[in-house]
Design a protein around this ligand. Structure first.
Ligand code: HEM
Length: 540
C-alpha cells in the first residue's frame, strides 16, 4: 500500500497533531465545563455537535434564543446557548433575574464578562484603567447630576450637527444615510459633554474616537470569535494594532488639553486661593478625581485619555444604534407619530420659555416612549445581564445546579421584551406611545410630571420612562450595574427626536428596513436612507 495514503503523510499528520494538541489543551485548561444536566439548544446529531452549534450561532443566534426561551425559560429552567465565542452561556429564565442580581460582585461579575467580551487585555492601557473604573461612578453621579446644566450645550451641539448633516433646504428632499449621520451627531453631542468645545467639533478627534470603536468591534470579532484560545496570547496583540493606532491618535488630540487642565487642577490642589476658569465636563471631573482621590498613576495623561476613550466606546456605538433604530421605527410608523411628538415638543418648548431645559426634556413623554419602545423591541441584541462566575468554588443556581468558576451567565432579554405575557397581545408590534399613553393619562388626572404627585402616581409614572429598568425591560441592564450613561443617552436622543420632529419632515418608509442579526447582536442596516426636508419656519 502506498505510504502517501496513510495518515502519516506530514500534510495530514501535522495539522491533525496540532488539532489534537489544541483540543487536549482546551480540555486541560478549561475552567468552565458546564454540567451535562443543563440542556443545550441548537444541537444537531453527528460529530462535534456542540462545536458545530457554536459555529451555526453566527447566523442563527436569534432562533437559538427563541427556541431556548420557548422550551426552557417559559418553564423556569436554564438552558445552554452556543455562542460564536466558543464559550457556551447558561441562559437563565426570567424568574432567576432577582437571584442573579443579588449575587455579590466577588461571586458573579459584570467586568470579567465585559473584559473578555471586548478582549481588553490586548488593548493596553485600557486593561490597567479598567482595574479601577472610577469613571463609571463619575458618569453615574456627576454626568447625571449635571444634565440640567448641560442641556443648552447639548441642544446647541445637536442643532448645529443636524443642520450641517441633514441640511436646511426647505424646498428639496434630501436623502440621508441614517446610521452614518446618527453616528456623527451622537459623537459630536456626546463629546460636547465629555471634552467640550472646540474639540467636540474637531473632525480628526471625532474620527479617531469613532474609528477606535469600530476597530474594537473588529478586534473583538476576530480575537474573540475566530482565534482559538491557544493562539490568542500569540497573535491577539497583532489584531489589536488598529485599536492601538486609533487610541494613539485619540490620545494625541487630548494630550495638550489634559496637560493644561492637570496643571490647573494640581496647582489648585496645592494652593486653594488659585483661581482659573474651570470647565464643567467629564474630562474635568475625571482629572479632579484622579488628582484628589486617585493613585499616582491615575494622573498619567495616557491613562486619563484612556478613560475618555473607553467612555466614547461605551457611549457612541450604543447610542448610535439606538438613534438609528428609533428613526427607522418612526419613519416606518404612521406619520401621526411624528406629528404627535412635534405637538408635544412645541408645547413643552413654549412652556419652558423658548429654551430647552432639563425639566423640559423630562416632560417629553412621547419621545421618551418612542425610544423606550425601540429599545424594548430591538435593543442591542438577544442576551442581557451577561455575567461571569468569578468565585473560585463556583456558584449554585436557584434550581440546585452547580456552575464552575468561569461559567458565563445571561438572560434572554430580547425574548423577554417581546413576550406577550409581559407586553400583551401586541408585544411584537411597534407601538410608539405604548408607555406615554399611561403617563399622559396620569397627567390628565392632575398628576403631571412637573407638579408634585402622590407617592403612588409618581412611582407609576416613573415606571414608564425610558431610563427605568426592570426585570422585563433589560436593554440598559438592571440592578446596581445598570448602565450609568442611560440618563445622558435618554436626554440626548429625546432632544434629537424633538428637534427633528419640529424642524424636519421625514418621508414615510414603505417598510422598516430589517436589522441584521449576527449571533445574538442586533445591528441596524448600515445603508438605510431617509428622505428628509427642512420644515418652513413657523410665522412668529
Ligand atoms: C442607548 C444607549 C445605551 C445603551 C443601550 C447602553 C447599554 C448598556 C448595558 C446593557 C450595559 C451593561 C449593564 C448590565 O449588564 O447590567 C451598560 C453598561 C455601561 N454603560 Fe451603557 N448604554 C448606553 C449608553 C451609554 C452612555 C451614553 C454611556 C456613557 C456616557 C454609557 C456608559 C456605560 C458604562 C460606563 C457601563 C459599565 C457600567 C459598570 O461597569 O457598572 N452607556 N450600558
Amino acid at each position: 500500500m502506498a505510504v502517501e495514503a496513510l495518515p502519516l503523510d506530514p500534510r495530514i499528520f501535522l495539522p491533525s497533531l496540532i488539532l489534537l494538541l489544541y483540543f487536549v489543551h482546551c480540555r486541560l485548561t478549561a475552567k468552565r465545563w458546564l454540567p451535562n444536566t443543563i440542556p443545550w439548544i441548537g444541537l444537531r446529531n453527528g460529530f462535534f455537535a456542540k462545536t458545530r452549534a457554536c459555529m451555526r450561532d453566527m447566523r442563527h443566534g436569534k432562533e437559538h434564543l427563541a427556541e431556548g426561551y420557548a422550551k426552557y425559560s417559559k418553564h423556569d429552567k436554564p438552558f445552554v446557548a452556543p455562542t460564536t465565542s466558543w464559550w457556551p452561556e447558561v441562559v437563565l429564565p426570567q424568574s432567576s433575574i432577582k437571584w442573579l442580581l443579588s449575587q455579590p460582585d466577588h461571586v458573579v461579575d459584570l467586568h470579567e464578562g465585559v473584559q473578555d467580551a471586548l478582549q481588553f487585555g490586548y488593548v493596553s492601557p485600557h486593561d490597567k484603567v479598567l482595574e479601577n473604573p472610577f469613571h463609571d461612578d463619575i458618569v453615574r453621579r456627576d454626568l447625571k447630576r449635571n444634565l440640567g446644566v448641560m442641556t443648552p450645550a447639548v441642544f446647541d451641539e445637536l442643532e448645529a450637527s443636524v443642520d450641517e448633516l441633514w441640511g436646511t433646504d426647505t424646498e428639496n428632499w434630501k436623502e440621508i444615510p441614517v446610521y452614518d449621520t446618527s453616528q456623527r451627531i451622537i459623537a459630536r453631542t456626546t463629546n460636547r459633554t465629555f471634552v467640550g468645545l472646540p474639540l467636540c467639533r474637531d473632525a480628526s478627534y471625532l474620527h479617531s474616537a469613532t474609528k477606535f470603536a469600530n476597530a474594537m468591534l473588529l478586534q473583538v470579532g476576530v480575537t474573540r470569535f475566530l482565534l482559538p484560545a491557544l493562539l490568542k496570547p500569540l497573535i491577539g496583540h497583532f489584531f489589536a494594532i488598529p485599536c492601538h493606532f486609533r487610541d494613539w491618535q485619540f490620545s494625541r488630540h487630548l494630550a495638550p488639553m489634559i496637560h493644561a487642565r492637570l496643571r490647573d487642577v494640581e496647582r489648585k490642589e496645592r494652593d486653594p486661593s488659585y483661581t482659573y476658569k474651570e470647565p464643567n465636563d467629564l474630562l474635568q471631573w475625571i482629572i479632579k478625581y484622579a488628582v484628589t482621590k486617585g493613585e499616582p498613576h491615575d494622573r498619567k495623561p495616557r491613562y486619563l485619555a484612556s478613560r475618555i476613550c473607553i467612555m466614547n466606546f461605551a457611549a457612541l456605538h450604543t447610542s448610535t444604534v439606538t438613534t438609528t433604530n428609533a428613526l427607522l421605527d418612526l419613519a416606518a410608523a404612521d406619520p401621526a407619530c411624528w406629528a404627535s411628538i412635534r405637538e408635544e415638543a412645541e408645547r413643552v418648548f413654549r412652556d419652558e420659555g423658548g429654551v430647552w431645559t432639563g425639566s423640559g426634556v423630562a416632560r417629553l413623554a412621547r419621545a421618551d416612549s418612542a425610544v423606550r419602545e425601540t429599545l424594548r423591541l430591538t435593543g442591542l441584541g438577544g442576551r442581557g445581564l451577561v455575567r461571569e462566575v468569578v468565585a473560585p468554588g463556583g456558584v449554585t443556581l436557584p434550581d440546585g445546579t452547580h456552575l464552575p468558576l468561569g461559567a458565563r451567565l445571561s438572560v434572554p432579554s430580547g425574548e423577554i421584551q417581546r413576550d406577550p405575557a409581559f407586553y400583551g397581545a401586541t408585544a411584537n408590534e411597534y407601538d410608539a406611545f405604548r408607555f406615554s399613553r399611561a403617563r399622559e393619562a396620569l397627567a390628565e388626572r392632575g398628576d403631571s410630571d412637573d407638579a408634585p404627585t402622590s407617592g403612588t402616581t409618581r412611582r407609576e409614572d416613573h415606571a414608564l420612562t425610558m431610563v427605568t429598568t426592570s426585570d422585563t425591560f433589560l436593554t440598559f441592564g438592571h440592578g446596581r450595574r445598570a448602565c450609568p450613561g442611560r440618563f445622558f443617552a435618554s436626554h440626548e436622543i429625546k432632544l434629537l427626536l424633538a428637534y427633528v420632529a419640529t424642524h424636519y419632515d421625514v418621508q414615510r418608509l414603505a417598510t422598516r428596513p430589517p436589522n441584521v442579526w449576527i449571533s445574538s447582536s442586533c445591528i441596524p442596516p448600515a445603508t438605510a436612507v431617509l428622505s428628509v426636508r427642512r420644515r418652513q419656519p413657523k410665522e412668529a
